[in-house]
Write a protein that binds this ligand. Structure first.
Ligand code: ATP
Length: 778
């Protein structure tokens, strides 16, 4: 049903404001009061009056100057307009949910209006959501709440919380032993959680020292996370104590929950207070946290992690809005209006903020700003939109109108949490022409200086937590390189994949065109390959990640859009088809495997001239051990050339078919573009004539273009013939010459390999990457 909209009458606005003020003074909140509502909700589908419907105010753009007597819009969903057949009168039929809530709200509001003169003012637990809500409080209350929440002051609050939590723990234990009265379910958000011990819950006593709420502990138990990871152990208490935190820990070490758990704790603790404030002024519902992510996939993944943390519980989880490009902006705007946690990529977030709709002011009230994969977000080339957002949060933007918020107080409220596996300098330094690497990694002092320069922390010295300063690569990671001629990379890629059948593999390239080229190449060879790059439509991107996650032996060919943060369980092998452009990228790409204490392998495919640079790069990454120069020497894996040569005919054919089809697609889209341009200019377009006449058709790329032209000119029949030939090649046994069964002293069963059966001895012989003895969870 489409939403009904109506103009919000001035009188109703004034009444609403007055009611809110009264409600604030009373400190009450109908939905969260412990006294049960006695009024029965209206029957499902009953008719109600227009004013009894649960109207929601529609946000107007922040920068709308002149309302010209227009006070606002309200809208409502799920309402049926019923016209009486007898007298033509219009009434409204609404679902029980809506009617019940509006009845409850009306009753509450009436009750509060009645009681407002007799009740004692009660302090609101959390900070107010706007200046107006301070009315009715003493100046002491105001001072207390507006005081900067510096750690020294936060500590006593933490001490109180500790007492409270100790009691909660004790009660939880009593309940578990059957020594306490069962809790009154429904009396608060945590009610009954301790009672619901499920068979497959795990013991979470290792989390006890963090003093988390029973609700969070139950969630962790159900997620089967028996103990915190080192970064969680170190960061969570500091964040709960109110500190700004810079957290550095290796890939896959659980950084998401290191900030996610404290945010959830804060949400649960302040839920009643926050809801009180927001109930009083629903149109200014302030989010608790803003989490910035460099990629769309990571943003959606953080959402999934936080949702999983909450969905395993019986409390009402926070409302999470994910704001990324490629998906409906209108839908995201709607979610934003009620969001407790906003997770987004800077570009789309800035777009939404710029469009107004009230988000800007609400964002200024956040309690947590999280910058995930911080070095990437804050690096040149990506920083602009982040900077704009930071300006908005800190109210530096002079364009912002109707400014009635005390920005300094708001800024001091906010905790800034920064996480990454690497902090590096010179992200933009690319591989120099002769295979040199840029992208030096920063030490603690440098990264601190860098972040302090870029971010506005509320503390002079945020807590820098580096749980594994001696090693940023995951413990279970094995590394190796395969050397081959630059022109044979495709062939060696195929050979490598053949030796790791049914292995979830992530292949990294440095360009979108390489993804477009490799994907059909591998698919032609009957390999279950998927693609991921930033020019794919967002839905296709999400689908690729979903399918890669769901299908155990699948292969994902991706650009570095997949390098950061993606947590796909059971990725066993990462192949760097193109070398990473910087040391940090090597760390992040390789970090897609060997996550959460699993094992995995990372293999670079290098041209001979690249080998020395790669060795230096990998040694540099490992040199973080104690700061001394590392002797780490990445092993070379010698793939038997006899096998490679046997695989060559099929690889060559698969490549030719892929290139032909790509060239045809390319030609078609170029033709379409040229034809449209010619039509716009009112001239005739003949592609062949254009090709022949075009000047400057020599020089760089001319050879490739010629090959593309030839490939593109191939007939359908020729392509079909190549496909048939490839099919027959793929169906044949590979005759390896010496012995069709065993190569390299009986270590490799090539037929078994080509049948898709694993043979780990192959690499075991030459370098012992140890994939075979790497059990993979998930
Ligand atoms: N305490 C825990 N016990 C077991 N598993 C955990 C725990 N905390 C997180 N995990 C799991 O570990 C995996 C990696 O976590 P996460 O994605 O947060 O890593 P990360 O440090 O952010 O990695 P990256 O640097 O690559 O972004 C996830 O699947 C997560 O569910």
């Amino acid at each position: 049903m489409t939403p009904i909209e109506r103009k919000r009458p001035l009188a109703s606005k004034n009444a609403a404001v007055k009611a809110r003020k009264r409600q604030k003074i009373a400190g009450g909140d109908a939905d969260y009061r412990s006294t049960p509502q006695t009024s029965a909700p209206a029957a499902n589908g009953s008719k109600v009056r227009l004013d009894d419907l649960e109207w929601n105010e529609v946000a107007l753009p922040d920068r709308l100057d002149n309302y010209e007597g227009f006070f606002g819009l309200e809208e409502i969903d799920d309402v049926e307009v019923v016209r009486s057949a007898t007298d033509g009168r219009v009434s409204f039929k609404t679902a029980e949910r809506s009617t019940a809530k509006s009845t409850k709200k009306r009753k509450a509001s009436e009750g509060q209006q009645k009681d407002s003169n007799t009740r004692e003012p009660q302090p609101v637990v959390d900070k107010p959501s706007d200046g107006e809500e301070w009315e009715g409080f003493s100046s002491d209350d105001q001072d207390q709440a507006q005081e900067p929440k510096v750690p020294a002051k936060a500590a006593p609050a933490r001490a109180d919380k500790k007492q409270k939590k100790k009691k909660e723990h004790k009660k939880g234990a009593e309940r578990a032993n059957g020594t306490s009265e069962p809790r009154n379910r429904g009396s608060n958000a945590f009610a009954g959680l301790g009672d619901e011990v499920q068979e497959d819950d795990v013991n979470t006593s290792a989390w006890d020292s963090l003093e988390l709420s029973q609700a969070t502990l139950s969630s962790l138990s159900r997620l089967k996370f028996p103990r915190p990871t080192p970064i969680q152990s170190a960061a969570i208490p500091e964040i709960l104590d109110g500190h700004d935190v810079i957290g550095k820990a290796s890939t896959g070490s659980g950084k998401t929950l290191a900030f996610g758990i404290p945010i959830l704790e804060h949400y649960l603790e302040s839920k009643t207070g926050r809801r009180k404030a927001s109930q009083a002024s629903e149109d200014t519902h302030a989010p608790l946290a803003l989490i910035l992510s460099p990629t769309r996939e990571l943003a959606h993944q953080i959402t999934a992690h936080l949702t999983a943390l909450c969905s395993h519980s019986s409390f009402d989880g926070p409302s999470i809005a994910t704001v990324t490009g490629g998906l409906s902006i209108q839908k995201q705007q709607r979610l934003l209006s009620k969001a407790d946690i906003i997770i987004g990529t800077p570009g789309r977030l800035w777009e939404v903020i710029s469009q107004g709709q009230g988000l800007l002011k609400r964002l200024q009230k956040i309690m947590f700003l999280v910058v995930d994969e911080a070095d990437r977000l804050l690096s040149e080339g990506h920083f602009k939109e982040v900077e704009e957002i930071l300006n908005v949060l800190d109210k530096d933007d002079e364009d912002i109108e109707n400014d009635d918020i005390d920005s300094s107080a708001e800024q001091q409220q906010r905790q800034t949490l920064v996480f990454s596996a690497t902090f590096h300098k010179g992200l933009q330094q690319k591989l120099a022409a002769k295979g040199k690497f840029g992208g030096e990694l920063m030490d603690k002092r440098e990264s601190m200086e860098y972040l302090l320069k870029k971010l506005r922390f509320r503390e002079d010295k945020p807590k820098f937590i580096d749980v594994n300063p001696v090693e940023q690569m995951a413990q279970g990671l094995k590394e190796g390189l395969v050397e081959c001629a630059g022109t044979e990379k495709d062939l060696y890629l195929y050979a490598l994949l053949t030796h790791y059948p049914n292995t979830r593999t992530l292949i990294f390239t440095n360009s979108i065109s390489a993804v477009r080229r490799l994907l059909p190449f591998l698919q032609n060879l009957n390999l279950p390959a998927l693609g991921l790059h930033s020019q794919m439509p967002q839905k296709a991107r999400l689908r690729s990640v979903e399918q890669f996650t769901a299908r155990p032996g699948s292969i994902l060919v991706a650009t570095d859009v997949a390098a950061r943060g993606l947590d796909i369980p059971g990725v066993q092998l990462v192949i760097h088809y193109h070398l990473p452009r910087a040391a940090d990228m090597y760390v992040h790409r390789s970090g897609r495997t060997a996550r959460a204490e699993n094992s995995g392998s990372s293999i670079l495919i290098c041209a001979p001239e690249e080998v020395a640079g790669v060795r230096r790069l990998v040694a540099k990454v490992h040199a973080r051990r104690g700061g001394s120069d590392s002797k780490y020497f990445i092993r070379s894996l010698d793939i038997d050339r006899r096998i490679v040569s046997k695989l060559k005919p099929r690889a060559t054919l698969a490549k030719k078919i892929a290139d032909t089809e790509n060239a045809k697609k390319q030609k078609k889209s170029e033709d379409n573009w040229m034809r449209e341009a010619a039509e716009d200019l009112g001239v005739d377009y003949d592609s062949e004539e254009f090709e022949g006449d075009a000047p400057g058709r020599r020089g760089r790329g001319a050879g490739r273009r010629k090959a593309e032209r030839v490939a593109g000119a191939m007939s359908k029949g020729e392509v079909q013939a190549m496909k048939a030939e490839l099919r027959s090649l793929l169906a044949q046994r590979v005759n390896v010459g010496v012995s069709p069964r065993y190569l390299t002293s009986g270590a490799v069963d090539v037929d078994a390999l080509l049948r898709g059966e694993r043979n780990g001895e192959f690499l075991g012989e030459v370098g012992g990457l140890g994939l075979e003895d790497a059990p993979v969870k998930g």
